[in-house]
Ligand binder design. Structure first.
Ligand code: FAD
Length: 472
């Protein structure tokens, strides 16, 4: 280690205490690699501040010493956003110790949390006060709210409550020059100029470090109805969604499409994943509704709608969960798809969105395009189709060499992204840009958009201190 680095680390240690810093390789290892094992970087240290003031001090020191900072939450990013490059010149700033709920105001339906709070803990704290914090995703047991907001996470309830961005009233942010912006307002109406918090939401740690947030809460549902529905096609699924939204007075919270191949993979490879219907179907939908009355009224509405839709051919069968255990089993089927795909070999993945009405055409044309590129490729489209988000994963042809299949990643991505953009869609629906899609994103942004993004970056972080090499 050179002298300059040693001096820097000593000053860091003086600032925040010895136990708040990792420099040994084995301690740093879990922070240097992304959770899919696709990206591995280096860092001079991992630091664990426990207050906003400490974060600000660290930023000022890094600015002085020209050490870049990679903010890190739960490190569950699927686009390599939370790991450093290989230079070893970055400091990983983990928000893990900033994990206090600062306050909860049940009458105002708000909760103020530090960035390092685990998403599940926030959900539980809200539930303890008879409130709902609706952000919900597969990684909720380990991802942190700061990471969720910085990546504008989506998840399974966007259809009803919006993305992470829409669940925020105020933010506290440490800026690249070490100043603290206290924007922790608890207001639903505040029309006093530029909405600065939007700059930091979804900017993946490239414009500022989020240290705390005021989150919106909702009434906790009194009735939850979950069903698995067999549908003949994605077109029928989209029509079914419209019918259920109207019939239930916009109570549909989740609407997840599952293809037969994905369900077969889950049945074949995972325990506790059995189709609870009499016969297989080409497509399924997992639908969940939240209602305000504990009187089974939503259950009855759903049964009635299913009856009508059956007659019209929009569905062929359906099962409504009769208990929490059955509900969990239905969700296990949906969540098992990604896990089960691994047993079938390598996958080339896409997290894309198109307008909901275009979902059927996209799935059909996307599958045709992929099969024309790689004979025997097995598309496994699934996801949060209620908000137009499809995880368009392609499993390798049976028996093909995995490395040869994965070597086609960029070519397949490019073909699918071209199609998505031609349909007015997005090449990253919810996972963000990180390292994975940085170059690809530039291919589709207009010159004006790129220019505005660069101006924002240089206005807020002129020395490129924060999360270099990500997003832009
Ligand atoms: P990290 O991965 O640590 O960081 C994410 C980005 O935010 C990085 O760029 C990082 O530098 C930055 N960052 C982190 N904390 C801060 C901070 N305090 N201030 C500034 N920048 C910060 N995503 C979805 O959107 N929807 C899903 O349904 C979904 N499901 C998933 C399921 C699984 C099993 C897994 C592993 C991931 C899933 N993800 C999903 C992706 C991931 O969980 C989300 O992107 C999550 O929001 C990241 O949170 P994190 O705390 O792990 O952040």
């Amino acid at each position: 280690m050179n002298k300059h680095k040693t001096k820097f680390l000593l000053r860091l240690e003086e600032m925040i205490g010895k136990g708040s810093l990792f420099t040994a390789e084995q301690d740093m290892a879990p922070h240097l690699q992304d959770q899919r094992g696709r990206y591995k970087g280096n860092a001079c240290a991992v630091v664990f501040p426990s207050s906003t003031e400490q974060v600000a001090e660290i930023v000022r020191l890094c600015q002085q010493e020209k050490v870049s900072i990679v903010p890190q939450g739960g490190n569950t990013s699927l686009v390599g956003g939370s790991v450093p490059d290989e230079s070893g010149n970055s400091l990983i700033l983990s928000l893990k110790r900033m994990n206090h709920i600062r306050s909860i105001d049940a009458d105002n339906f708000t909760l103020t949390a530090e960035a390092g709070c685990i998403l599940q803990d926030i959900q539980q704290t809200a539930a303890d006060c008879d409130r709902l914090f609706p952000l919900s995703l597969g990684a909720e047991g380990s991802c942190q709210i700061g990471g969720n907001l910085s990546s504008n996470a989506g998840g399974v309830q966007v259809l009803r409550y919006g993305n992470a961005r829409e669940l925020v009233l105020g933010l506290e942010v440490v800026l690249a020059d070490g100043r603290v912006w206290n924007g922790l307002r608890r207001l639903r109406k505040d029309n006093t100029g530029y909405d600065l918090k939007q700059l930091f939401l979804g900017s993946e740690g490239t414009l500022g470090i989020i240290t705390a947030a005021v989150l919106k809460l909702y009434a906790r549902p009194r009735e939850i109805v979950t069903a698995l529905v067999a549908v003949p096609s994605p077109t029928a699924a989209v029509r079914l969604l419209a019918r259920l939204r109207a019939a239930s007075g916009e109570s549909v919270t989740s609407f997840e499409l599952i293809c037969q191949r994905g369900l077969e993979f889950a049945e074949r490879h995972l325990e506790g994943c059995q189709l609870p219907l009499d016969a297989p179907s080409p497509w399924y939908v997992l639908v969940e509704l939240f209602g305000g009355r504990a009187d089974r009224s939503l259950h009855e509405t759903l049964e009635e709608s299913f009856g009508e839709c059956l007659e019209e051919g929009l569905l062929s069968d359906a099962v409504i969960a009769g208990s929490e255990t059955q509900r969990n089993k239905l969700w296990r089927l949906r969540e098992g798809i990604v896990e089960a795909q691994k047993f079938e070999g390598a996958s080339i993945k896409h997290d894309v969105s198109v307008p909901v009405s275009e979902v059927p055409a996209f799935i059909e044309q996307g599958a045709e395009a992929v099969m024309a590129m790689i004979e025997g490729a097995r598309p496994v489209p699934f996801g949060h189709v209620g908000d137009g988000n499809i995880h368009f994963n392609i499993t390798q042809p049976a028996g093909m060499d995995s490395a040869a299949f994965l070597a086609r990643w960029e070519e397949v991505n490019a073909g699918i992204h071209d199609l998505v953009v031609s349909m007015g869609g997005s090449i990253s629906a919810e996972h963000g840009i990180g390292q994975l899609k940085r170059t690809e994103n530039m291919r589709f942004k207009s010159e004006v958009e790129i220019d505005l993004m660069r101006k924002m970056k240089s206005a807020l972080d002129p020395t490129n201190l924060l999360n270099p090499g990500k997003v832009i």
